[in-house]
Design a protein around this ligand. Structure first.
Ligand code: NAD
Length: 427
């Protein structure tokens, strides 16, 4: 089953509990618009390379299409469709006035120089110009994209906006075309940490409901924006993160005491790889006794909580049975396939779904967009306070449905989203 089929299977399953018009489900089974563009880039060596770019605008019943842009060699239309569909559900779960979209470029950004990356981003913006905008479709960062890339998009978009003499009063403030921008380009305080912090607020709610102890051991796959901020927050709040990884593998603290995440961050910055931040048999600042592990091993470790925070489709029908954690807390989008989800469910593993756990990013993206549209600049305290409110509300709503209907949290989150979407559907 491909990623999009897996996403649709989740929708179908939830539709059995949601009590909404079947036409709503039918309409949500197909994206409204798929855009594919070719991006010719003159490389530094003078050669011409053509990249493929995508944007899928899945659904906009609740507001402008909204979702990240991913730069990765494995980006394809199937993946982008699935990711944009999950954005529809996520935005409805967390109750922000956005629809769902997603996009990306099939590229390994590590192969490009900074200048080439900037040029490619600007060409992508030019190609997408007719289809994006503050009131229509608002991209954001995702895997391998960051505030600097968002800054280039806003510059390029604003330039064309001005050239075409467009009016901010009717088209919206052009800086609101993307979120996750640098602070000096109308970004919001707190956006960079938002997905990790939102996840942490959800995590705290779960700890209360399941009576989890601070001694619980945690493994996190992925140490990028999402994984590293959440790991830091867990560490600062005395939780024990005993395993961590990036794309090249990871480390496991065999004594179960937990890593000093600040030291891991420093080490990763210095050495480039999480898996180089280890030492065995000697005194080590990061953890006393740790060993190198692969990403596959990380998923199957004897830990209490497993947090996939890298890419989709890592927990599959093949390895689901070997998962030993009692909780899977999905910070990545779509880390568990539909088949694997059924296995985890049967094993009694609590899965906190992506559309709830990682919704903090889009929530602060909404705050950023709102500030741009209303010419406001919120303090970090206000951002965190508002984020916490929405996270706690979303968790409580999902939890309540799961208790009332005796269904798992993923299906409950979809039920909540479907009810909100059905109420605003353009039927
Ligand atoms: P990122 O590019 O900052 O980091 C990705 C991390 O995953 C890196 O540590 C990378 O080394 C690791 N990785 C890549 N391939 C891997 C592999 N095959 N196995 C193990 N690790 C691998 O990206 P991010 O923004 O942290 O996004 C991570 C996940 O969170 C994605 O699924 C993304 O869609 C999701 N997400 C991101 C945001 C956001 O605001 N950035 C919001 C919601 C969800």
């Amino acid at each position: 089953m491909n990623t999009f089929d897996s996403a649709l299977s989740q929708l179908k399953k939830a539709s059995e509990y949601a009590d909404v018009d079947p036409s709503v489900i039918k309409l949500l089974s197909v994206p409204r618009r798929q855009i594919e563009v070719s991006l010719p880039l003159k490389r530094n060596d003078g050669s011409l390379e053509i990249f493929k770019g995508f944007r899928v605008q899945y659904n906009n019943w609740l507001g402008p299409f909204k979702g990240g842009l991913r730069y990765h060699p494995k980006v394809d239309i199937d993946e982008v469709k699935a990711l944009s569909f999950w954005m529809v559900i996520k935005n409805a779960v967390v109750n922000v006035p956005f629809g769902g979209g997603k996009g990306g470029i099939e590229v390994d950004p590590k192969r490009l120089s900074k200048k080439e990356l900037e040029e490619l981003t600007r060409i992508f913006t030019q190609r997408l110009f007719p289809n994006i905008g503050p009131l229509g479709d608002v991209p954001a960062p995702d895997v391998n994209t960051n505030p600097q890339i968002m800054g280039w998009i806003v510059e390029e978009y604003s330039k064309i906006f001005k050239e075409l003499d467009m009016d901010p009063k009717t088209e919206g403030n052009p800086t609101a075309v993307v979120t996750g921008k640098p602070l000096d380009k109308d970004g919001s305080e707190g956006r960079e940490e938002a997905t990790g912090l939102g996840g942490f607020y959800i995590f705290e709610q779960l700890v209360k409901k399941l009576n989890l102890s601070r001694k619980s051991t945690i493994a996190i796959q992925g140490f990028g924006n999402v994984g590293s901020h959440l790991a830091r927050l867990l560490y600062e709040n005395d939780y024990k993160v005993v395993a961590l990884s990036d794309s090249k593998g990871g480390i496991f603290d065999t004594k179960g005491e937990g890593f000093n995440i600040n030291l891991v961050r420093e080490c990763k910055l210095e050495k480039g790889l999480v898996s180089d931040c280890y030492c065995i048999g000697s005194v080590c600042d990061i953890a006393e006794d740790n060993e190198r592990i692969s990403n596959e091993q990380l998923l199957e470790l004897p830990v209490d909580i497993l947090i996939p925070a890298a890419l989709e489709g890592v927990i599959t029908a093949e390895n689901a049975d070997k998962i030993k954690a009692k909780v899977v807390f999905e910070m990545a989008n779509g880390p568990t396939t539909f088949e694997a989800d059924e296995v985890l469910d049967k094993k009694g593993i609590t899965v906190v779904p992506d559309v709830l756990a990682n919704s903090g990013g889009v929530t602060v993206s909404y705050f950023e967009w709102f500030q741009n549209m209303h010419n406001e600049a919120w303090q970090i305290e206000k951002v965190r306070e508002e984020l916490k409110k929405l996270m706690v509300d979303a968790f409580d709503n999902v939890w309540q449905i799961s208790q009332d209907k005796k269904i798992n949290m993923r299906t409950s989150a979809y039920v909540l989203a479907l009810q909100r979407l059905a109420a605003k559907s353009f039927l």
